[in-house]
Design a protein around this ligand. Sequence first.
Ligand code: SF4
Ligand code: SF4
Length: 109
Amino acid sequence: MMKLAKEAIKNMLSPPATRKYPKIKPKLPENFRGKIEHFPEKCTYCGLCEKNCPSNAITVDREKKTWACDYGKCTFCSQCEEDCRKINKCAIKLTKDYELAKKNKNFKV
Ligand code: SF4
Ligand code: SF4
């Protein structure tokens, strides 16, 4: 019982372990992988990122020259970024943007 009381008093006097998000944002690590940024001017719409995406999150339309990512499926593995870099296009970059909550689950970028 004493042990429990001691622990309770210790916790009452300590600062909270949680952050006051969204007022206080977390410090992100250098290699953090967040929302994907696609650069249409660099993209050739080759479809490599779509083919290799393990989550089937990317849709590329070669004819219409459109590129879209379904964030309901994306696991932020960065395979697409690596593939695109391999073919020297660099049309995809994972940013540090992690605030992706949307009201519509079919949200695509
Ligand atoms: S791999 Fe790169 S160049 Fe090819 S479709 Fe994807 S983003 Fe565009
Ligand atoms: S980060 Fe991974 S899961 Fe997300 S679109 Fe790219 S390859 Fe697919």
